[in-house]
Design a protein around this ligand. Structure first.
Ligand code: ADP
Length: 281
């Protein structure tokens, strides 16, 4: 099976070496073991994501979005098919990938700076001034002045900024984000989306961002991957041809409204027929 193609503009120039943030999933199936023979969470997923591309993943609750992220992170091996990052097979977590979760996962006894430098303190990368790097990242996510604060002294949005800075600390090629703004109120969520795009424009990581928010999925993405009800497979990939940088005005454009309508139709009904004349699952 061939993965959903990378848009031509994002392919390596001259068909050169695979770039480090390039993600490829080929016929991936993911199963959870169980006494009744286990259950398939993800099946037949083919997907190719270009280095530096921002892809959002949507699909019904429980369809397998998080499982797919765990697979790319290397925390859970596929039961079938293969996953490559930067042209290398994924068999375990690695410093080329970092995960950001909804529930922040900060260490309450560490202050902001120490939380951001956590991965650096564990991995001790050679030639890196860990404190200096952590300070730069704290500034990047807009928390300069809060270095000595502890998580309980921060708002939800600030805590997730720390989570993002911490994920960036080891300078990964791929950021895997599992509903990172799901616990935030609507206003903070929109603000964080804009701020994430600013960080992404500076750092240009490949981002795979799982969300159940249609607006978030469109606003952030180069492409939206729509997963089917579980076991998840790729139902459709929608290229978001909206100008960058994305401003709030984008949300009121007719193009944005058309993407919204298309995604709503795919996720909540009025599912159009496939080219084979059958409704897509
Ligand atoms: P989503 O992120 O789309 O909500 P998940 O990837 O969390 O979906 O789950 C996909 C399917 O796998 C669901 O049916 C869920 O019940 C099942 N599942 C998730 N985690 C486990 C687990 N640890 N053991 C068994 N089944 C699981």
């Amino acid at each position: 099976m061939r993965p959903a193609a990378v848009p031509p503009a994002q392919q390596p120039a001259g068909g050169g070496a695979v770039q480090p943030g390039h993600v490829r999933l080929d016929d991936v199936e993911m199963s959870y073991p169980g006494s009744d023979g286990g259950s398939v969470a993800v099946e037949r997923v083919d997907l190719e994501i270009a280095h530096g591309e921002f892809v959002t993943v949507v699909g019904p609750s429980g369809c397998g979005k998080s499982t797919l992220l765990l697979a790319i992170d290397g925390l859970m091996p596929p039961t079938r098919g293969s996953i490559e990052v930067g042209g290398r097979p994924v068999s375990a977590p690695g410093v080329d990938r970092a995960m950001v979760f909804q529930e922040f996962g900060l260490l309450p006894w560490r202050n902001v700076l120490a939380n951001v430098s956590f991965g650096l303190d564990l991995n001790k990368p050679a030639g890196v001034d860990r404190k200096q790097r952590a300070r730069e990242l704290v500034e990047l996510v807009g928390l300069k002045g809060y270095e000595d604060h502890h998580p309980h002294q921060l708002s939800g949005g600030m805590r997730q900024r720390v989570g993002i800075a911490r994920a960036l600390a080891m300078d990964p090629e791929v950021l895997l984000m599992d509903e990172p703004f799901g616990a935030l109120d609507a206003q903070t969520r929109e603000l964080m989306a804009s701020e994430l795009l600013q960080i992404w424009s500076l750092q240009r990581k490949t981002v795979v961002f799982v969300t159940h928010g249609i607006d978030e999925a469109i606003f952030l993405a180069d492409r939206v991957v729509v997963l089917s009800p579980g076991p998840a497979h790729v139902q459709e990939v929608i290229e978001i041809d909206l100008p960058r940088p994305r401003t709030e005005e984008v949300r009121s454009s007719p193009e944005y409204a058309a993407y919204r309508e298309r995604l709503s139709a795919l996720l909540f009904g009025r599912v159009p027929a496939t080219p084979h004349g059958r409704p897509a699952r």
